[in-house]
Design a protein around this ligand. Structure first.
Ligand code: NAD
Length: 401
């Protein structure tokens, strides 16, 4: 952030304001577990900035969630919405828990308790949560239901990423991967690269990673590696994503598939490929493995998957990194479309959603490339410049005190 601010000569007062989060709420959530015991979970909601519109950002259920991480992610959300050109600020939330070890009933009670605890600071015109790691459409449906009950009116616009039946948008489940795929398609076109000549490794096989695998396969790229938390599989000749998806559904992990040889979860990042899609979690490419990464192009569908040291090293080596705040902004863009549809109570076709997403993400990409050229910097710095540029203008117009 500092480097981008310097290169565009950002007003230091504005950088100082943006370096702080506006509000952080920590809540304790006592839940009756299925075995009759009582367990108290800790939850967070952090609001970074509402300069360009209501706070917006997902919430995650994860054992290692902590306030500093949520603050950093909330800041990234303000920047991401700004890069994407959608009228939102940034926020993030989470609960320290292990959802894999909880029943559906426990997850529902935890979600409803979380809504009760943060009710006062959220709302369709104020702060609109969404899914993130290990939260899903069902959790969003409970969230919307609880908020609607508490406010005594139907409020689908309080949360996005809902199932279609309760106000979700067509195309939301594939949006993050689809946005990344549109950018890759455009990048390849501009650089005369043929998809059929590109090999791809995808780390993470959840919402972002699985759809990315499918979409890149449909674009005729060769999928040579995929992984999830249990490990990876690799096959230099290429693999069929549909066969892997089937096995993942039936047996719980990609490593049960016979499409490729089993590889350690971290080693998959070092396997030969042209494009590495990072779709799992933060800090995956770092000092320990950066020298072994072979890809020439990295698409950051996860938030912060390449750490600062690795970013500088790979940039110097000539690896192109399409940065998270741009690469995964398709998710929040279609979240915005969902919210617009909820507010209008009028729903769009899948074609309309995809057409608007493609237009929006390509505009964001071209704007980033223009800043990259103007300031002769990395694509990550250019994306930050693009975000700061809009935030600075908004702050100058609104005033800063
Ligand atoms: P998800 O919970 O659906 O999937 C996460 C996947 O990562 C799972 O397959 C899990 O097994 C895998 N994983 C965890 N640790 C791993 C490891 N060490 N190695 C390999 N795989 C590992 O989550 P998601 O929604 O797909 O989100 C993934 C990332 O993308 C997160 O950083 C999230 O913040 C980011 N993101 C998601 C969206 C979205 O719309 N889903 C939008 C923007 C950003």
């Amino acid at each position: 952030m500092q480097k981008a601010a310097q290169c565009m000569d950002l007003d230091p007062e504005i950088l100082e304001i943006l370096s702080h989060t506006q509000k952080s709420l920590i809540v304790s959530l006592p839940i009756r577990m299925d075995d009759g015991s009582l367990k108290v979970f800790e939850g967070y909601r952090v609001q970074h900035s509402e300069l360009r519109g209501p706070f917006k950002g997902g919430f995650r259920y994860f054992p290692e969630v902590n306030l500093d991480e949520i603050k950093a992610l909330a800041t990234e959300m303000s920047l991401k919405c700004s890069v994407a050109g959608i009228p939102y600020g940034g926020a993030k939330g989470g609960i320290k828990c292990n959802p894999k070890a909880m029943s559906q009933g426990e997850l529902e009670r935890l979600t409803r308790k979380y809504v009760q605890a943060i009710y006062q600071i959220i709302g369709p015109e104020h702060d609109i949560p969404a899914p993130d790691m290990y939260t899903n459409p069902q959790i969003m449906a409970w969230f919307m239901d609880e908020y609607s009950k508490l406010s005594n009116r139907h409020q689908p616009g309080v949360v996005t990423g809902k199932p279609i039946e309760v106000g979700g948008s067509l195309g939301r489940n594939t949006a993050t991967a689809q946005g990344g795929a549109y950018i890759l398609e455009e990048y390849m076109k501009q650089n005369n690269l043929k998809p059929e000549a590109m090999t791809v490794v995808v780390q993470g096989f959840g919402n972002a990673g699985q759809y990315a695998t499918e979409l890149l396969h449909e674009m005729n790229c060769t999928i040579v590696g995929v992984s999830d938390s249990k490990g990876g599989i690799y096959n230099a000749k290429g693999m069929d994503p549909n066969a892997i998806i089937k096995i993942k559904k039936e047996k719980g992990s990609v490593i049960k598939s016979s499409e490729g040889e089993v590889v350690d979860a971290q080693k998959i990042l070092e396997k030969p490929c042209d494009i590495l899609v990072l779709a799992a979690m933060e800090n995956q490419v770092n000092e320990a493995n950066m020298k072994n990464v072979k890809a020439k192009l990295i698409l950051e569908l996860a938030n912060g998957p390449v750490n600062g040291e690795a970013d500088a090293y790979l940039e110097k080596k000539g690896v192109v990194i399409i940065p998270d705040i741009l690469a995964n902004s398709g998710g929040v863009t279609v979240s915005y479309f969902e919210w617009v549809q909820n507010q209008q109570a009028y729903y769009w076709t899948l074609e309309e959603v995809q057409m608007k997403l493609k237009r929006g993400i390509n505009e964001a990409f071209q704007r980033t490339l223009k800043f990259q050229k103007d300031f002769d910097c990395s694509m990550r710095e250019a994306a930050y410049v693009s975000a700061f540029d809009r935030l600075e203008k908004a702050m100058k117009l609104r005033g800063r005190q």
